[in-house]
Design a protein around this ligand. Structure first.
Ligand code: FAD
Length: 453
């Protein structure tokens, strides 16, 4: 009787799962294992919104495995210790897992490989589970990664995408392996009230609806803040309840998918940058010799930004959406990041941390490198561009519906006041319980240009 362990982490699905398929092909019994990793808690990544979504994912994965005659084994502790313990308990001689890119994931993989080898067991790490094209598979002449998206995308688009694997029909788990109960979202506090449900079933339902009703208009509508016309699949991609490989195949089959598929390439792009430059999650990818503001007034500005009380309606709307849903529209992310790092001239790490505290899709590669992109310290080829929140609001929220949805103080205002409430005079202004702008846009721009030099 041969046994393999499949270690799940950010790949919480049964469809298109290469490690699970390999384990089933090579052994009679499989232990589907998830370890609630204390290292992740210590690193500050275990925040209520992602823990709640994760709880849904684990319950759903367990249910899916039970339908197939198996179950999910859940343990808590140090991931390396727990995997080795389960392998020894069950007599498993192989462990299968997906490749990952964060510095923490690299260290975990190395520690696991060493510990398993010492116990006479083998670790198999599978590519293209969490990405379409694995980090490092595409490189330009003379470098270990692409630093600019456009040439990367050209190469990426020419790659053959591997075939999609079906979900297993049946699965045998060895008897007597101890497990904890899957966690439950309702036991957690501090979760955003509008947080989406997690799990593979929810992800597949969302994907089918998106392909049917959303994809065709994506190119035209993806920047429409009020229209909310993007896929909202990011948490499912982050937790791996959907496979990016399957997404590309199904989107391309549906047709009209190129603008959407291009966004999936951005995901792979950031992952290959982080894999090659692990320090980019905390240090400037390209230094601009910034002297970020740190004085008390800068801390107050950052707090107004976090609270959605900057006095710029579109910025405040987006920051409040983040707090309420644990998710924010991409255009909102671009505007709020430009506003914090350029108009307020506050360090991108301050904003990235706040996003990671709340985003259900909060992802080291995507978050830190998008923040660096917005701050101009990353891979943007126009690092000093500054987005004007009023001009952008008029373009991407022309009727003001997004602002009215998230900033109820302004719900009674028409255009153009909904985007520029400071222009109101007299009683109308006095009746508004809404702050004046915390920074003048022209002053902010001048300070940014002066400070960055
Ligand atoms: P869609 O527009 O439907 O796109 C489909 C998928 O493509 C997304 O789910 C996502 O996986 C990927 N994608 C889209 N845009 C990008 C992008 N710019 N970079 C990389 N991948 C992209 N995305 C995250 O997944 N996690 C984060 O922590 C994150 N932080 C961000 C921080 C900032 C400052 C900015 C500007 C962007 C950030 N993004 C992040 C990227 C993007 O905003 C989200 O992926 C997107 O808004 C998710 O919504 P959606 O699923 O409806 O996207």
């Amino acid at each position: 009787m041969t046994v393999s362990v499949v270690l799940f982490s950010c790949d919480l699905r049964l469809h298109d799962h290469p490690p699970l398929r390999a384990a089933l092909d090579r052994s009679d019994e499989v232990v589907p294992l998830f370890v609630r990793d204390r290292g992740v808690d210590r690193a500050g990544f275990a925040v209520p919104n992602r823990l709640a979504f994760l709880a849904d994912c684990l319950r759903d994965l367990d249910a899916g495995l039970r339908e197939r005659g198996g179950r999910l084994v859940i343990r808590s502790g140090d991931v390396v210790d727990e995997v080795c313990r389960v392998a020894v308990e069950t007599g498993a001689d192989e462990v299968h897992m997906a490749a990952d890119v964060s510095p923490y994931a690299h260290r975990r993989e190395e520690r696991l490989r060493t510990a398993l080898a010492a116990a006479g067991r083998r670790l198999h790490v599978h590519d293209s589970v969490s990405t379409v094209v694995p980090p490092g598979a595409l490189t330009p002449a003379g470098s270990d990664h692409f630093a600019v998206f456009t040439p990367y995308f050209r190469h990426w688009s020419g790659q053959r995408v591997r075939d999609v694997l079906g979900a297993p029909r049946v699965l045998r788990v060895p008897d007597g392996v101890g497990s904890e109960e899957p966690p439950c979202r309702k036991d957690l506090s501090g979760v955003s009230p509008g947080l989406a449900p997690g799990g593979e079933a929810a992800g597949r339902a969302r994907l089918s609806a998106w392909l049917r009703d959303g994809l065709a208009a994506y190119e035209e509508r993806h920047d429409d803040l009020a229209g909310d016309a993007t896929s909202r699949l990011s948490p499912h991609l982050h937790f791996g309840t959907l496979s990016p490989v399957e997404l590309v195949h199904r989107a391309r089959r549906t047709g009209g998918a190129e603008a959407f598929v291009r966004q999936l390439a951005w995901r792979d792009f950031h992952r290959q940058v982080l894999a090659a430059r692990p320090t980019a999650c905390s240090s400037d990818y390209r230094t601009r010799h910034d002297r970020w503001r740190t004085e008390a007034a800068a801390r107050e500005d950052a707090e107004a930004w976090r609270e959605g009380r900057t006095g710029y309606p579109v910025i405040d709307a987006a920051m409040r959406q983040l707090r309420h849903e644990g998710w924010m529209h991409n255009r909102g992310r671009l505007l709020t990041a430009s506003f914090l790092t350029k108009t307020m001239y506050v360090d991108w790490r301050v904003g990235a941390r706040h996003f990671l505290d709340l985003l259900v899709d909060g992802d080291l590669a995507n978050n830190q490198l998008n923040w660096q992109w917005a701050a101009g310290t990353g891979t943007d080829t126009r690092p000093n561009r500054v987005l004007n929140p009023v001009v952008q609001a008029k373009r991407y929220d022309p009727d003001g519906a997004y602002v009215r949805r998230w900033v109820p103080e302004l719900a009674g205002l028409g255009r153009p006041a909904v985007h520029e409430p400071w222009r109101l005079r007299g009683l109308e202004r006095a009746a508004l319980d809404y702050p004046d702008p915390v920074v003048d846009l022209a002053d902010g721009l001048a300070r940014f240009r002066r400070s960055r030099g």
